[in-house]
Design a binder for this molecule. Structure first.
Ligand SMILES: Cc1cc2nc3c(=O)[nH]c(=O)nc-3n(C[C@H](O)[C@H](O)[C@H](O)COP(=O)(O)OP(=O)(O)OC[C@H]3O[C@@H](n4cnc5c(N)ncnc54)[C@H](O)[C@@H]3O)c2cc1C
Length: 673
């Protein structure tokens, strides 16, 4: 194995990681978390207390493999430079104010140093803290079996689907020899809908997906899913490192790993899109019919029961008098038995996303599939002629007269930018629904990973800014790795104690419909770079939602409430509630997550405002449509899968009609290639 870090660099990193998750005595741990004594055996308590990341089997190997695979060489070089500085006398003086290198300092001094960096007014120190501590905690939670044991994360085996479709993938040579009416790039929520509609209409369709297909005959643990089913193993973030970007990169895309919430677009958003972008479709019965159609295909139904988390959430919202609703699921109308492991690929087959519905129907109707990375579209003059794919180091051209771009809102603009489509709106307006976790810690066990993940929503704050902008509150996935990613670090012992209380937590997510957007560009390797910072308006809205989430947990008797606002301590029983809320109100979250990227190739009736026309056709060329979340005019507010699928259905209906009529597309309009 080629090592990404030298022995010395690794030693410094381990010193940081072992400070973030330090060794302590069992007695110290039990003093912070007395309930552990009744929940796990003494041996486990002692092992967890004593464990440090540097001793966790597999962690060092992952450090050397995962970063080079998913992070740019520049970022690794930056990290190496910091590690070098931390080892030298002068660098230590600059970074820590002491000539003694970080790794030679006693634990208490190292802890103090990390805490000082965390709240420093100097951005470079905060970034240092963010990079090093988050990396250490993430590698620890991904790799430690003792952590899973102490939080009693031992979910019942997922009942495997009784039958599943045995997809076959053609070779690139076969694909290049094929005759295609259309190529669909990406097999996610938009691509799956497109594949079904077009192949059932009789078109010869090739779906090209860069992610792997995981056989549905076995279940996959959370760390495996994070490393193998997500874009850049969830190590991707916005260029300013403030928002971690989560997107599916697997056969079925987001529909394979998402949380099954199936909400339809709200009236405020429909009107906003219709009026602001002159898109009457969104207030027409046609849109409603498309929403209903995609829900019917997946058997979207109201959940029959709520897990403990959702029950606590709904009751807290009731006690606060908040507007709330039950969230339907795309579960085919049946009990869905995956628990939170549904987010690892839904091997029970209960979630009717791509691999259990859309792509199956497409395959049955004759669609073909290829696993390859689409690098660019090919054109003759302004007319699309096919795509160039990369498999290993080899590039191959596959010809087709129609290209449906459905690579998701991060990658679709990147593909079009690499294709040198001179359409200035491509990538120009990405929205991310910045999201914050608010954790309530309860006396009783909350069984956080039981049952269906997300079955309720609070809408109280969804219309804070005119046009329907504001946060929604929902319950978050509580598998132990992902759900602790945004758990703020407030010292090593405290963090260990917080991790140990995971089975007493309710994790609420505050998802904000963002008014302001960012931009997707290409980095020097030709890959997507997301330039986005949460604006003051959106930060204000998310802080209001954060307080709303905290109110719900407070109303339900949480003993501790933890929010990811930099420097804000957790609230504990006995603390002054009003003072704490005021602190949260004036403090921006330290970092956000995003599982919803949208609008980077938005549609508009005016080329000056949108990359695509109202039918999803890319302005400026002929034969290219965008049919994924990137075509949405702005952020969707509700979780975007259903809206994305409905819009994809509308777009490919137009493509199919054109194909039946013998045409490729309307003449190219807008800026030239
Ligand atoms: C953790 C998580 C939970 C979520 N939960 C929900 C939920 O409960 N409800 C909801 O409504 N929404 C949810 N979402 C969001 C929803 O899944 C996405 O909005 C939706 O899937 C977006 O659809 P899409 O077609 O734009 O892209 P995706 O579904 O992301 O599909 C894009 C596909 O294109 C592939 N691709 C990209 N580039 C290339 C290339 N160059 N060549 C070939 N293939 C390529 C990708 O690998 C991917 O498979 C969740 C998302 C995440 C990440």
């Amino acid at each position: 194995m080629k090592h990404a870090f030298t022995r010395e660099e690794e030693r410094t990193l381990m010193a940081v990681f072992d400070t973030a998750i330090p060794a302590m005595t069992a007695a110290e741990l039990l003093e912070l978390v007395p309930s552990l004594a009744n929940e796990v055996d003494e041996k486990t308590v002692a092992a967890f207390a004593a464990e440090v990341p540097s001793q966790v089997p597999g962690l060092r190997e992952e450090l050397h493999t995962i970063l080079p695979a998913h992070v740019t060489p520049e970022k690794i070089a930056e990290l190496k430079m910091v590690l070098r500085l931390m080892r030298g006398y002068l660098g230590s003086l600059a970074l820590t104010g002491s000539l003694t290198p970080f790794e030679s300092q006693p634990l208490a001094v190292r802890q103090k140093q990390l805490l000082a960096w965390k709240v420093s007014v100097i951005p470079v120190y905060r970034k240092l803290y963010d990079t090093l501590v988050k990396l250490g905690v993430a590698l620890y939670t991904r790799n430690s079996a003792t952590f899973r044991k102490v939080v009693r994360y031992d979910p019942a085996p997922v009942p495997l689907a009784k039958s599943y479709y045995d997809f076959s993938f053609m070779s690139v040579v076969e694909a290049a020899q094929g005759k295609w009416d259309a190529i669909i790039i990406g097999s996610g929520s938009g691509g799956g809908v497109a594949a079904k509609a077009m192949s059932e209409a009789g078109m010869r369709v090739l779906v090209i997906e860069k992610g792997e297909h995981f056989d549905q005959s076995q279940s996959y643990p959370e760390p495996f899913a994070l490393n193998n089913m997500f874009e850049r193993a969830i190590l991707m973030s916005t260029q300013d490192d403030s928002v971690a970007l989560l997107a599916g990169a697997v056969f079925g895309g987001g529909s394979t790993i998402n949380w099954a919430a199936s909400l339809q677009t709200t009236a405020a958003v429909r009107e906003n899109w219709a009026n602001e972008f002159n898109l009457p479709y969104f207030t027409s019965p046609e849109f409603q019919a498309d929403l209903d159609y995609v829900c019917d295909v997946m058997g979207v139904s109201v959940p029959k029961d709520h897990n403990t988390q959702n029950k606590i959430f709904l009751e807290g919202a009731r006690r606060m008098g908040y507007i709330r609703a039950v969230v339907p699921q795309n579960d085919g109308g049946e009990d869905h038995g995956c628990g939170h492991a549904c987010a690892n690929g839904c091997v029970s087959g209960g979630k009717k996303g791509g691999v259990h519905k859309w792509l199956v129907d497409a395959a049955v109707a004759g669609a073909s599939f290829l696993r390859a990375d689409v690098r660019r579209l090919e054109f003759t003059k302004r007319v699309a002629t096919g795509v160039t794919v990369r498999v290993g180091k080899e590039e191959t051209v596959i010809a087709a007269p129609r290209i449906i771009v459905a690579g998701g809102s991060i990658n679709s603009p990147a593909i079009l930018l690499r294709s040198k489509v001179r359409n200035p709106r491509v990538g120009a307006s990405i929205y991310v629904h910045p999201t914050n976790y608010v954790y309530g810690v309860f006396k009783e066990d909350t069984h956080p990973t039981d049952g269906v993940i997300l079955t309720a929503v609070v809408e109280e704050f969804a219309n804070m800014t005119p046009g329907g902008y504001g946060p929604r509150i929902e319950t978050g996935l509580m598998q132990p790795v992902l759900s602790t990613t945004l758990l703020p670090w407030a010292g090593g012992q405290v963090h260990k104690a917080r991790l140990a209380r995971h089975s007493h937590m309710v994790g609420l997510i505050v998802i904000t419909r963002d008014k302001d957007s960012g931009r997707v560009t290409l980095d020097k390797y030709g890959d997507a770079a997301v330039n986005y910072s949460v604006s003051a308006t959106d930060a204000h809205n998310i802080q209001t939602g954060t307080i709303g989430a905290a109110e719900i947990l407070h109303a339900m008797g949480a003993e501790e409430i933890i929010v990811a606002a930099r420097g804000v301590p957790s609230w504990k029983t006995g603390d002054d509630w009003a003072t704490w809320k005021e602190q949260v109100r004036v403090t921006r979250p330290a970092s956000y997550g995003s599982a919803h990227q949208m609008g980077s190739n938005r549609m508009s009736s005016r080329p000056a405002d949108g990359a695509c026309d109202p039918n999803g056709a890319l302005y400026g060329v002929n034969g290219v449509w965008v049919a994924d979340a990137s075509v949405l005019p702005t952020s969707s507010g509700v979780n975007p899968m259903i809206t994305t699928m409905a819009v994809a259905q509308k777009i490919v209906r137009g493509v199919v009609d054109g194909w039946r009529g013998g045409s490729v597309a309307a003449p190219a309009t807008g800026p030239r290639l």
